[in-house]
Design a binder for this molecule. Structure first.
Ligand SMILES: N[C@@H](Cc1ccccc1)C(=O)O
Length: 538
């Protein structure tokens, strides 16, 4: 019932109840009602609200009357009560018969002003060093004039106002009041306004007498309810997650935005002097600047275990046929292994052969890639070696110069696969399958370098719109000295790949400046309007 929507009007009240009814009665009795006289104790603002309500129904009409009222000051009130200063001087002189000029009665400022007036009015005169009366009876016009002001809130003669104000006996005050009279739809009671014409009203004829509420063409109408919307990045992220889940991947816990140099760099065989570790490339945390030596992260362990359990329920292919022996992770040993790989070489690697700094490994950084997360999850496999497929999609940070295509924080999509006897061909085959689900075919691989993978490949795909090959990701086989240091079995191979989430999102939504996607320049309308994206033909 659209007509009945909206708040029921609250009656406008004063001390005597519903003011609208009082106004209607007053107008009925007097035809014209002056608000200030009829309702002296009700604020004009409240009166106006009641008048507006009646006027909007054309029951009354009213005018606004601005006027100036004259009011007595404290001194003015005192004169009305006790008489003017000149009167008091004359009265004192009359009673004394003869009053010395030095008498204390004449010493006040008021008495001095009164003396002058009393001389002028010829009520008293000087006789030597004393005053004597000139008359037996006087008319105190000042007092009378002020009495008039008290009674009428106006001066008796317009000319007096200036003088009385100068003597600070009166002040003026602007007052707004209203004058109301009957309007075209005059009635003694506010009629019930009908908002809907019903079949019943037509049938019983009551529509003829009904008062219909006029249409309010100025009403704003119902506001469209504000709703939330997934950010384009989240929409694309959801698509990627679906692809990963369909391929039997388990999602890694990515909550650790701040990580140590150990997991972000050292365990990945990134040399401690590597340019990627420069302040220009990596954000270091200053408070606290350091963490303890590497150890388990119970929160991440629990999250990963829960995810694996969930995928197990779905009978994913992650399960080995026979449960291999489990052992506890030895973090001290792992740390020593990583240290040896860097400093002296181990597990068949000749190492970097530089003095390894323990402090560097404990430094806290904003993770520069999600491979820090993959590394943590992979090392846990040593406790229970088995094939698995892990993925993550989350935020990473790099101390880069921000431009149209780079931000200091962005998102990485990353997948790692661990299995026995994996080959580079297997990685290429997997990448073809993965990117085909996004509509990217005809992949090309280009040799590349990562400290932690060998071989490494950049992945290119043919971009139909741009008519050229574009880089879509980075990939590689994790180095044996990285995996063996973790304690993984020799024949368990791991490969992985990564790409940014922003790049495919920008292509899908036709954005060429990353600031339109993230940051304070984002148009929220754009975020709300955009449909979910399907990662189909580019
Ligand atoms: N960490 C790499 C991606 C990658 C992940 C896993 C293996 C190989 C490469 C990057 O930031 O680009």
């Amino acid at each position: 019932m659209p007509g009945t929507r909206g708040p029921v009007p609250v009656p406008v009240q004063n001390g005597d109840g519903d003011l609208t009814l009082q106004i209607l009665q007053a107008v009925n009795e007097h035809d014209i009602v002056k608000s200030a006289d009829t309702f002296p104790n009700t604020s004009q603002t409240v009166i106006k609200a009641a008048l507006d309500r009646l006027a909007s129904r054309s029951m009354i009409e009213y005018d606004t009357k601005d006027s100036e009222e004259v009011r007595l000051t404290d001194e003015g009130q005192q004169i009305v009560a006790e008489g003017s200063h000149e009167y008091k001087v004359w009265d004192a002189v009359r009673q004394a018969g003869r009053l010395s000029l030095k008498d204390p009665v004449l010493a006040t400022a008021a008495a001095k002003a009164g003396q002058g007036k009393a001389f002028k009015n010829k009520w008293v005169k000087k006789d030597g060093d004393a005053l004597v009366p000139l008359t037996d009876a006087v008319t105190d016009t000042t007092r009378d004039d002020l009495q008039y002001v008290a009674d009428h809130r106006a001066v008796r003669r317009a000319d007096d106002l200036k003088e009385l104000r100068k003597r600070t006996l009166v002040t003026t005050l602007k007052v707004i009041a209203y004058e109301a009279r009957k309007g075209p739809k005059w009635a003694l009671e506010i009629p019930v306004e009908v908002t809907d014409l019903t079949a019943d009203m037509l049938a019983d004829g009551s529509w003829e007498k009904a008062t219909f509420k006029p249409y309010n063409f100025k009403a704003l109408g119902e506001q469209s309810p504000g709703t939330g919307a997934l950010h384009p990045l989240n929409k694309v992220r959801e698509e990627f997650r679906k692809i990963f889940f369909n391929l039997g991947f388990t999602e890694m816990p990515t909550g650790r935005f701040v990580d140590t140099g150990f997991w972000n760099f050292d365990a990945l065989f990134v040399p401690q002097q590597h340019p990627a570790r420069d302040l220009q490339d990596t954000f270091y945390v200053s408070d606290p600047a350091e963490a303890g030596p590497p150890g388990p992260d119970p929160e991440a362990d629990a999250a990963l275990a829960a995810m694996e359990e969930e995928d197990r329920d779905e009978e994913s292919s992650n399960q080995p046929l026979t449960a291999p022996p489990t052992r506890t992770l030895d973090y001290a040993q792992y740390y020593q292994n990583v240290r040896s790989v860097h400093q002296d070489g181990a597990f068949g690697s000749i190492g970097y052969r530089y003095p390894y700094t323990d402090a560097e490994t404990r430094r806290l950084v904003l993770r520069t890639h999600t491979t820090a997360v993959s590394t943590y999850c992979l090392h846990r496999l040593a406790a229970h070696p088995r094939p698995c497929k892990y993925f993550s999609i989350d935020r990473v940070f790099r101390n880069e110069t921000v431009d149209a295509t780079h931000l200091a924080e962005f998102h990485q999509v990353e997948g790692v696969i661990a299995d026995y006897a994996l080959t580079l061909g297997g990685l290429q085959g997997f990448l073809r399958r993965f990117f085909k689900k996004m509509g990217l075919v005809g992949l090309k691989f280009k040799p590349a370098y990562n400290p932690y993978t060998e071989p490494s490949m950049e992945v290119f795909a043919w971009h139909q719109g741009l008519g050229k090959l574009v880089e879509i990701g980075n990939s590689g086989m994790f180095r044996p000295e990285m995996l063996l240091a973790m304690g993984l079995p020799e024949d368990l191979r791991v490969y992985g790949f990564g790409l940014s989430l922003e790049r495919p999102t920008m292509i899908k939504y036709g954005i060429d400046n990353i600031r339109e996607l993230l940051g304070h320049k984002v148009d929220l309308g754009f975020i709300e309007r955009n449909a979910a994206v399907r990662l189909d033909k580019a």
